[in-house]
Design a protein around this ligand. Structure first.
Ligand SMILES: *[C@@H]1O[C@H](CO)[C@@H](O)[C@H](O)[C@H]1NC(C)=O
Ligand SMILES: *[C@@H]1O[C@H](CO)[C@@H](O)[C@H](O)[C@H]1NC(C)=O
Length: 310
């Protein structure tokens, strides 16, 4: 009787305490993990500096949790959604370092551009305050605009640069494999940008717009002095994702169904398979995800179970 009473009591407490401690998609940051999450990454990070007692923070909380879910669970975009509880003494140095004067304060941190083969020390992250509307749509639109773009865009497949890009032979400088997305869309999607960031060390990405699959049929490019045809059938539909296989000297087509073309995990797995099993530096298949970020998710879940067993 007492035990179950206590159990209900603990549950009520868990639901009324403001903050993100029980939310697997919003990373609670402290001085000891802040730089690791925010700066040692090619991801863009949004940080909410909050105080559990503040009314506007409570208003933002459910929306911010939705943002975390959208980014970390549904889309797996190259964005970290994080929060700092400025009411905790240990976090106060962080909050003053970022000159937080009111709650909630939202800041966005953008990584420096990574250049393959560049041995210079990379630049610093750029931070800015987010002053836009505190809606899911407004925040997400803003963050999409702050994703680093590593996808080269060609207006059409026949544009001058495509042939050259596919046949770039300077392997000493940049030996990454190439992925090309052929699509009807004119804008680079956040999914494609995110994949390019995860696989920055392994693949270079480009995108070319085409009206339909007929515009691709029979098209070939000269690679290493040989014409290589894009393998399409009439039954194929855009978007089409291809990579060039150096060993066979052919293009390989991502085999996913229409729905799989939005599944960044399946696409990531395919990219890993095409690269002899080499895992990406960041993202859902990376060691970093397993060793570090998943701790936020599963780690928090474990804490919950400990409470329940009381
Ligand atoms: C960005 O990605 C590259 C390639 O994976 C990696 O070497 C570099 O350390 C990353 N930058 C940061 C700040 O983590
Ligand atoms: C894939 O995602 C795009 C944009 O996010 C959306 O417009 C499209 O309907 C999705 N397609 C499928 C098959 O789910």
């Amino acid at each position: 009787m007492f035990i179950s009473y206590l159990f209900v009591f603990l549950q009520v407490v868990a639901f009324t305490v403001a903050g993100y401690a029980n939310d697997p998609n919003v990373y609670e940051l402290t001085p000891s993990n802040f730089d690791k999450v925010v700066r040692k990454t090619n991801y863009t990070t949004i940080v909410e500096f909050y105080a559990p007692w503040c009314g506007y923070c409570k208003q933002l909380e459910p929306i911010y949790k939705q943002l975390g879910k959208l980014v970390h669970q549904e889309g797996k975009y190259a964005v970290n959604v994080a929060a700092v509880d400025c009411d905790k003494d240990e976090n106060k140095p962080l909050c003053s370092r970022y000159q937080v004067s009111g709650y909630p304060s939202l800041m966005v941190f953008r990584p420096p551009k990574y250049i393959v083969g560049d041995t210079k020390k990379p630049g610093r992250h750029v931070s800015e305050t987010y002053n836009g509307e505190r809606t899911l749509k407004a925040m997400w639109t803003f963050l999409q605009g702050r994703l680093k773009n590593y996808v080269k865009k060609f207006s059409t497949l026949k544009a001058d640069g495509v042939q050259q890009w596919l046949d770039e032979t300077d392997q000493d400088v940049d030996s990454r494999k190439k992925v090309l997305l052929i699509t009807q869309s004119k804008a680079i999607s956040p999914t494609l940008k995110s994949l390019a960031i995860d696989f920055l060390a392994d693949y270079k990405f480009a995108m070319a717009t085409a009206t339909d699959i007929k515009a691709v049929t029979g098209l070939s490019f000269d690679i290493n002095g040989k014409p290589v045809e894009i393998p399409v059938q009439d039954s194929d539909k855009l978007p089409l994702l291809i990579t060039y296989n150096d060993e066979t000297g052919e293009f390989v087509k991502y085999p996913g169904t229409k729905k799989d073309k939005n599944n960044s995990k399946k696409i990531s797995q395919w990219l890993v398979d095409q690269n002899n099993g080499k895992l990406p530096h960041e993202g859902q298949l990376s060691k970093k995800e397993f060793k570090y970020y998943s701790k936020y998710r599963t780690g928090k879940a474990t804490e919950k179970i400990v409470h329940d067993e009381l």
